[in-house]
Design a protein around this ligand. Sequence first.
Ligand code: ADP
Ligand code: MG
Length: 588
Amino acid sequence: MLARRYGLWALIGVLGLVAVLPLPDFWITQLNYIGLYSLVGLGLVLLTGVAGLTSFGQAAFVGIGAYTTAWLTLNTGMSPWLTLFVGLAITGVSALIVAGITLRMSGHYLPLATIAWGLSLYYLMGNLDALGKYDGLLGIKGLTVLGWDVGQGRGFFVLSWSVVVLAAVAILHLLDSRAGRAMRSMRGGTQMAEAMGINTLRYKIIVFVIAALLASISGWLFAHFQHSVNPSPFGLKMGIEYLFMTVVGGVGHVWGAITGALLTKLLEDHLQVLLPQLIGTSGSYETIVFGIILVLTLKFLPNGLWSLVDRHMPKPQRAMDWAQALPLSTRTKPEQGELVLDVQAIRKTFGGLVAVNDISFQIKAGQIVGLIGPNGAGKSTTFNLITGLLSLTSGQVVFRGKTISGQRSREIASQGMSRTFQHVKMIPDMSVLENVALGAHLRGDKGVVSAMTRLNKDEERQLFKEAQTQLERIGMGAYLHEQAGNLAMGPQRLMEIARALCGDPALLLLDEPAAGLRHKEKQALAAVLRQLQGEGMSLLLVEHDMDLVMDVCDHLVVMEFGTLLTQGTPTEIQESPAVRAAYLGTEH
Ligand code: ADP
Ligand code: MG
């Protein structure tokens, strides 16, 4: 994200030139529209590109901003600078309601709901007498800043593009922050984010509201730029076009939104003149061309046109300015030997299959407990029941004296239980350091506004210092700035352990940490596990590598077909005829 700064200075330079060069007025007008579209596109970058949510209804939020200021300035004489905030308030409340209803549901409900929202608001605008029905409202005044008339030309260009630049900078700051990393962690599903203690529903709602507010500001500017409003620019067709522009430009990049708005508008103007001449009759042929462009872009450039440029941008390393940062506060840990985890007859059925059949065991502080058994024995399921990823069919889990059964995974994480996943879950396009900082999410509290205004710097330094410390602790100090997706399997697993350690856990659950590790790496892992144990950490380990298990574990729990075969010390387990039978398939 830091690399995008180059884009910012380039953009400001170009905008400055446009403002002073003697360009034709027509061009300035087009650029003004492009600025307004870009604002909506910036919201879609957050919504679709970052959080993975699709909305066809952004035009409706533009309409709310536009109609609010139009009606209020015409009917009450209120200052447009006040109506902006009224519009934002109405937009914010509507977005909260739409998001609150739809974001809980998964799959296609959100896109469908935004279509319904776009359609119904369009007909509402078109049918209300007070809003002038389909003719709309006319005679809206232009904006003035301290008595200076902004007008519809260069003045408006400077104002609207200043807003675009400010919004872009705010979003860049946001994406490079605790809250932004949380938003970026939701795209591939929410399990990992929730396990890090991130309230993903809350962040989805926040993203939805921010995107709506940006659209509303665009609408406010639009009304005073056009001096009139009517429903057609706020309908579903325009809602689809906003999404189209941003996806073609590059929905994963702040600059992709602006690239998309620019290219779509320029192309549209040319095609509207060219195509009817070529074909000989008039009609909206450009729509057909746009459809083809969208399909081709999705096929050949799924990250949009901006990705062609982005590829060649230098990627400076994050400045490591956190050496002096204060350490994050830590939780009180259990005393050595204290009962940390008490699993009481937990059970999970999937239809007719009893995947976990009344399993009970305990972990005391400072113990490494191994959960072993053949593939399909129910180890991962047991893990997911303890950490709250799956709900129990029956039984209880008590963690540090409190019953945690029935709680969500993020609530359990907040009490000091951290985990890794059998199949590594990470954000491939974030650096190792950023991925690991996600694990410390609950140890910070700075939100969206402090991120956008960069009032979060101290906390950011603390989080990154913690991430670096944990990475170095497990021998990953050389990989801090690597892109996580480029790591080999071994380092990926170690990165997950560092991320889990960032949560300052009292109990660490590792699901097959040695899978895919080389011999040397396994030895290093064993040393790390023993070191953690020496510091008083309790661990639950699912592992297939028997050398490692026998070497580091104090106590083993053996499962087979969902049931508890036996438990005991490594030596007892090695000598157990039942275990030999289970593993070797011989009768005892
Ligand atoms: P292990 O981690 O010991 O290899 P798992 O806990 O992954 O085993 O799986 C235990 C059993 O439960 C397997 O038979 C598996 O197919 C089944 N199982 C696991 N998750 C689900 C699920 N979500 N739905 C249905 N069956 C599942
Ligand atoms: Mg498993």
